[in-house]
Design a protein around this ligand. Structure first.
Ligand SMILES: C[S@@+](CC[C@H](N)C(=O)[O-])C[C@H]1O[C@@H](n2cnc3c(N)ncnc32)[C@H](O)[C@@H]1O
Length: 399
């Protein structure tokens, strides 16, 4: 854009002049009113403004480079500008659905093409990348796979000095073609690669709730807590816990997915200065206060040293939580109260009975009064995602 007409007015007269120009309909809505170099304000004029501004205006018309108004457009607006108004309705419902942003990666739910590539997909990708200028990579998500719950991602666009997509992606080096990223969560930096490990930024509020409850539990026990996270993923919950002064005495960070291990060392504060071992076989004492594991959580209790050692157990394996829990309960201390923080996916009609199941799993060490259940969301037409807290006291009675 070349120079255009602006009305230059002394700063002290700016407000009244802007109002008068606006009443006359002479201000351009596409450019910014901005300060000039000499105690003056520059007001962009539109085509309706005459070259002879009436004498009762203090100031003069000058020609200078305009500053565009940078209102960011939504991806829908950008998309419709590119392909026309009907474009969105022509897209399959799945493609037009929401996306998730994980760090600088935009994850777009998608279906694999069986031959015919839907029209306008490239425009959709460009629109989303333009609407989110901090996004470096847009990846199609074909769904969660396997026991590690990792998404099947395909990189669909990369931002370098421009947006690269389609066949041109093949010319990029592997340094650019990856989905490694960092998310910022309550002042913490959590590193991960959503193509290799499970991660959900939607769980941030749950992590903050966990901290609140554990702070209270620490006060009650009057000492830092021994906290066991056998399904820790890249360690977001433990990162929050370790960021709290003296909340934990010892921690156990375990995940079956070996790809989680390097990230556990990047994300959990006491491990950040330590080089991860090449191979972790079972559980490994990394510092006097931190154990790291790469094993099936159900086998942790076969290490006798872990039995009765932990005040808190996090059970974040919603599809299998209740099946795994019985083998994990022996990890909890019996001489003082302990807490289980779990999540479970249950058919709607089984939610009501969850407290009874938990009482039975605990071996009679809890009561309905010591169990709190919250239905987090409808997970599927017939299932709910349920979060629970269970407080256990004493030794099992064998119920
Ligand atoms: C729902 S994710 C939760 C991850 C993490 N707690 C978080 O909030 O980001 C479940 C995790 O359990 C791990 N996992 C699955 N089966 C496991 C098992 N038998 N033992 C240990 N970890 C397992 C998966 O690799 C995954 O990282």
């Amino acid at each position: 854009m070349g120079p255009m007409r602006h009305f230059s007015v002394p700063s002290v007269r700016a407000q009244e002049t802007i109002e008068k120009l606006r009443q006359n309909g002479w201000i351009s809505n596409d450019y910014r009113i901005h300060p000039g170099s000499e105690e003056n304000i520059l007001i962009p004029l539109n085509f309706d403004a005459p070259n002879d501004i009436p004498d009762d205006f203090v100031g003069e018309i000058i020609s200078t480079t305009p500053l565009p108004i940078t209102r960011s457009k939504s991806w829908q607006e950008i998309f419709e500008e590119e392909v026309g108004g009907l474009g969105l309705s022509e897209l399959d419902e799945g493609w037009a659905r929401g996306h998730e942003i994980v760090g600088d990666v935009l994850i777009q739910p998608a279906q694999r093409f069986s031959g015919n590539i839907p029209q306008n997909i490239d425009s959709l990708i460009r629109a989303k990348m333009q609407a989110h200028p901090r996004i470096r990579v847009l990846a199609f998500d074909y769904g969660v796979q396997g026991e590690y719950r990792v998404r099947d991602l395909e990189i669909a666009a990369v931002r370098t000095d421009r947006i690269i997509l389609g066949n041109e992606l093949e010319s990029l080096s592997s340094e650019l073609l990856h989905t490694d990223t960092t998310i910022r969560e309550s002042g913490l930096h959590i590193k991960l690669n959503p193509a290799k490990v499970y991660f959900s930024s939607k769980l941030e509020t749950e992590r903050l709730e966990t901290i609140r409850i554990l702070q209270d539990f620490k006060k009650e026990l009057n000492r830092p807590l021994a906290i066991c996270d056998p399904y820790c993923g890249v360690g977001p919950a433990l990162a929050h816990i370790c960021a709290q002064k003296d909340l934990s005495s010892t921690i156990l960070a375990n995940d079956l997915n070996p790809n989680c291990i390097p990230y556990i060392f990047k994300n959990i504060p006491p491990l950040q200065s330590i080089q991860p071992p090449k191979n972790i076989d079972g559980l490994m004492q990394i510092t006097p206060k931190v154990l790291v594991g790469n094993m099936d959580a159900q086998k942790i209790p076969s290490d006798n040293a872990q039995l009765g050692q932990w005040d808190v157990l996090l059970v974040n394996l919603p599809h299998m939580s209740l099946n795994h829990l019985p083998s994990l309960i022996p990890l909890l201390k019996t001489e003082t109260p302990s807490l289980v923080r779990g999540w479970s996916i249950l058919p709607h009609d089984e939610v009501e009975d969850l407290p009874n199941r938990l009482i039975s799993i605990s071996g009679g060490r809890t009561t309905t009064h010591n169990i709190k259940i919250k239905v987090r969301k409808q997970y599927a037409p017939s299932h709910d995602m349920v979060g629970y807290w269970m407080r256990l006291c004493g030794a099992p009675t064998g119920i």
